[in-house]
Design a protein around this ligand. Structure first.
Ligand SMILES: [Zn+2]
Length: 81
């Protein structure tokens, strides 16, 4: 899932809870898969091809890529118990 809005010419990646972007912006819990004119940051299931990835989100991905995966697994295990 990705996040975008029509006033922003880049798209964002989502944090694990899908309520915020990796760069810390709030995302509306709606999925719009066609071109939409809304200033609200919303979800889209397809990677926007006409936009570049937000530089802050890209930084977060590089910083957290491998180190977050074991952490997420631990979270899932603790919820199941
Ligand atoms: Zn971002």
């Amino acid at each position: 899932m990705y996040a975008k809005s029509s006033i922003d010419d880049s798209y964002h990646l989502l944090a694990a809870d899908e309520q915020q972007t990796l760069c810390g912006l709030d995302v509306a819990p709606i999925i719009i898969d066609r071109p939409a004119k809304t200033s609200a940051l919303h979800l889209t299931s397809q990677k926007p091809t006409d936009r570049a990835l937000c530089p802050k989100c890209a930084e977060c991905t590089l910083a957290n890529d491998w180190s977050q995966l074991p952490h997420r697994d631990n979270l899932r295990k603790s919820k199941r118990v």
